[in-house]
Design a protein around this ligand. Structure first.
Ligand SMILES: C[S@@+](CC[C@H](N)C(=O)[O-])C[C@H]1O[C@@H](n2cnc3c(N)ncnc32)[C@H](O)[C@@H]1O
Length: 275
């Protein structure tokens, strides 16, 4: 995984495991923690079940947050999340020649990417925060290391369907013009005052990266790159992401109780001359 040069919130790395913290401090250009009065920091936490060390984003408010593809919430969502019938999956569409290749341009904690990967889609995750990307990289590395004959074939396939890049997706798409069918985006929206408490993972992300105020730029880059469709996840009732390019609007959407997936069909936009 190559590293993005964007700068982010000041957090430090605990020196609990110097053999791990020193190289990560160099890689992410973050200092080793020297005082106790800090808001968020990175550390390795021990998984009591299998004694593996996991890189975690820690804070006094939420406790450690790490990513796990093979157990915990993501495994639960894979098993019980509704399979191919769930709105996220239906929003990706179908191609005559097989399942579409996907870029998840806002990978975050990898939840949506993993659902798609576990249903057979090849998913390239792109995340611009080097810290979030380091958490994803740690989870992916651990999952790849545990790929052995004992792991069920469908779990092995899910992990092999995932890859990761640390970059700003708008720049990455425009500079590399990847061959991709669907580009998926789930930008962070500004926190609502009266909203029910976000899940622990999302709270940690909100504190770390804040709202994404440049989704417009990413949508434009995605529309210029995807071959089949762009899908944008929005909260129920929110406006579509504004698109300065011909004021393009979603072609259709798929709704679930709290979420709407706005779908931009590339063929239709090209046929109407908007793209
Ligand atoms: C709401 S979270 C995504 C959550 C994700 N769908 C999941 O299931 O865990 C949004 C993430 O997208 C990242 N992001 C936003 N804009 C981006 C961009 N232009 N390029 C890369 N990452 C971006 C943010 O840093 C944040 O981690």
């Amino acid at each position: 995984m190559s590293l993005s040069t964007e700068t982010f919130t000041d957090i430090c790395i605990a020196n609990t495991y110097p053999e791990k913290s020193q190289p990560l401090s160099k890689q992410l250009n973050l200092s080793i923690c020297s005082e106790s009065n800090i808001e968020q920091w990175l550390d390795w936490v021990n998984d009591k079940k299998d004694s593996t060390l996991k890189l975690a984003l820690c804070s006094k408010k939420q406790g450690p947050v790490s990513i796990d593809f093979l157990s915990g919430k993501k495994a639960h969502r894979r098993q019980f999340g509704g399979g191919k019938g769930q709105p996220l999956v239906r929003a990706m569409g179908q191609l005559e020649q097989g399942v579409p290749k996907i870029i998840d341009a806002t990978a975050g904690m990898g939840g949506d990417s993993y659902v798609l990967a576990s249903l057979g889609f090849k998913v390239q995750m792109i995340e611009r925060s080097p810290i979030v990307a380091a958490l994803l990289n740690d989870a992916l590395t651990r999952a790849i290391q545990s790929l052995d004959a004992d792991l069920p074939a469908e779990l092995q396939e899910s992990i092999q369907n995932l890859s990761l890049v640390n970059a700003n997706s708008a720049d990455y798409l425009l500079n590399n013009q990847p061959d991709v069918d669907v580009i998926y985006m789930d930008p962070m929206y500004p926190e609502k005052k009266k909203k029910a408490a976000a899940k622990k993972e999302m709270q940690a992300l909100q504190q770390l990266v804040g709202p994404d105020l440049d989704s417009e730029k990413l949508l434009e880059a995605a529309l210029k790159t995807a071959k089949y469709r762009v899908v944008v996840k929005r909260p129920k009732g929110a406006d579509p992401v504004y698109c300065a390019l011909n004021n393009i609007q979603p072609s259709s959407n798929i709704s679930s109780p709290n979420t709407r997936y706005d779908i931009y069909v590339i063929k239709a936009l090209k046929a109407s001359g908007q793209l």
